[in-house]
Design a binder for this molecule. Structure first.
Ligand code: HAM
Length: 434
């Protein structure tokens, strides 16, 4: 029979790699707590309409990458509906913000999430169909200060701090402003005009984008089209005074906090809800991501709540690709030594199995990390297994059980000593030193 495998673009995360995932998530939670964020958990699937309206029908995500199905009604009282596995979490968070009337407190909402997202992309290193994001959103009524450039700078400064605390080396922050809801149509019109005479020389994808969504042309990596793209009008020349002043203040606050950045006028990002500040953090080539060097992305979405039928609620947020963050850390880290348990408890015969398990229970209660063997193991097998798994081996034979004095083998020092039961915990704790 053919063996069954994980679906293309999905993968299993196994120990010891999951230790690193847990460490990353614990660090993110600790940093988020320091900046006043609380956790939000939204459903893994939502109505298709949420993403069509929030992320945008014309985006790659909505037009080609969503896992969507018709959900049948199970009772006469239910209507069939189109549902979608979430391709990102910002639309869901803003839906929840509206649904739970979170604006009523009048306070800024600072929400973070850690969880899987789903996109039907062509899988490759650093790009999966189920991937994880660690993200956060800052949203609230305008009088809560949600529109302030301080919020943008705070989020970016927090991200720099988080990446530094995680030990990510060589990160680079690219920053842009895509303008307000009124700047953008003027710019898109200018792009359309500029593309008109040259689009026939561009690749097929860009010809299509020039018609449907000219901003997306700026994202294009097609090497033959780069000269044309670089000569296109720049969004910076189409910002109104307010957007320009907002962007200047974001940059000034970043300068004051010593957060390095480069302004990239082509950074428009692949989701339609962005207004004003957009950003991406990348890592240098050779950081384990192959051609996918965007570690995280985000920006402001001052009109998203209204697009979803909610009150005016400006906001800004980001999502880190956790899979990519882990690949980067693995590539940049010195190879971590294999973590060993404190002790391996080895019963010398099946009649000592129960006593060995009891001893292991007591040692674990004292906070030690412990594995137990089996009485059918020959001494040599116990030795080999213990040496692979633990710093020390505790031998549980007939004599040891009756005398309460155990033979402890310390592999790294090549020593063997007799230790009374009362001293076992303190002797075995010494094994963490290496
Ligand atoms: P995004 O740029 O679509 O933005 O995704 C954010 C990050 O998720 C990317 O920079 C990348 O690291 C990771 N990512 C995206 N697709 C994949 C994939 N197929 N496999 C692995 N990693 C992937 C958003 O999702 C916005 N919701 C971010 C945001 C929050 N903007 C405002 N608030």
């Amino acid at each position: 029979m053919a063996t069954l495998k994980a679906v293309r673009g999905t993968r299993d995360l196994l120990p010891p790699e999951t230790d690193l995932w847990n460490r990353v998530e614990a660090t993110a939670r600790a940093v988020f707590a320091r900046y006043g964020f609380g956790e939000i958990r939204t459903p893994l699937f939502e109505t298709t309409e949420l993403f069509a309206r929030g992320v945008g029908e014309e985006t790659d995500i909505v037009s080609k990458e969503m896992y969507t199905w018709d959900d049948r009604a199970r009772a006469a009282s239910e209507k069939p509906q189109s549902l979608t596995l979430r391709p990102e979490n910002t639309a869901g968070v803003v839906r929840a913000y509206i649904e739970h009337k979170m604006d009523e407190s009048g306070l800024l909402q600072k929400l973070f999430y850690i969880g899987p997202q789903f996109r039907r992309e062509r899988p490759q290193r650093g790009r999966y169909r189920q991937f994880w994001q660690i993200g956060a959103e800052v949203i609230g009524p305008a009088w809560s200060g949600s529109e302030s450039p301080i919020r943008d700078a705070e989020v970016l400064e927090m991200l720099g701090t988080l990446l530094d605390e995680l030990g990510v080396k060589g990160w680079r922050l690219a920053l842009n402003s895509v303008g307000s809801a009124t700047d953008r149509p003027r710019y898109v019109e200018a792009l359309r005009k500029a593309l008109e005479p040259v689009k026939a020389q561009m690749c097929e994808d860009n010809q299509r984008r020039a018609e449907t969504n000219p901003l997306r042309v700026l994202d294009s990596k097609d090497p033959n089209d780069q000269d044309i793209i670089n000569a296109l009008p720049k969004i910076a020349d189409y910002l109104d005074d307010e957007s320009r002043a907002h962007f200047e203040q974001v940059k000034a606050a970043l300068d004051a906090c010593n957060v390095p950045y480069v302004v990239d006028p082509r950074l428009v990002r692949g989701l339609d809800y962005y207004t004003r500040t957009t950003f991406e953090f990348t890592v240098p080539d050779g950081s384990g991501l192959g051609t996918q060097n965007a570690l995280l992305g985000g920006g402001r979405y001052d009109g998203l709540s209204e697009m979803l039928g909610g009150p005016k609620a400006p906001g800004i947020g980001f999502a880190i690709g956790e899979d990519r963050l882990i690949l980067t850390l693995q590539a940049q880290m010195e190879k971590a030594p294999v973590k060993k348990l404190d002790a391996f408890v080895a019963p010398m015969g099946v009649t000592q199995n129960a006593a060995a398990l009891l001893l292991a229970k007591e040692l674990r209660e004292a906070g030690l990390t412990v594995e137990v063997g089996d009485g059918t193991f020959r001494l040599r097998k116990s030795f080999e297994t213990a040496d692979r798994l633990a710093h020390r081996m505790v031998i549980v034979g007939e004599d040891e059980v009756s005398s309460g004095v155990f033979t402890v083998k310390y592999f790294e020092a090549g020593e063997q000593t007799k230790v009374p039961r009362a001293e076992l915990v303190s002797v075995l704790k010494g094994s963490n030193e290496s």
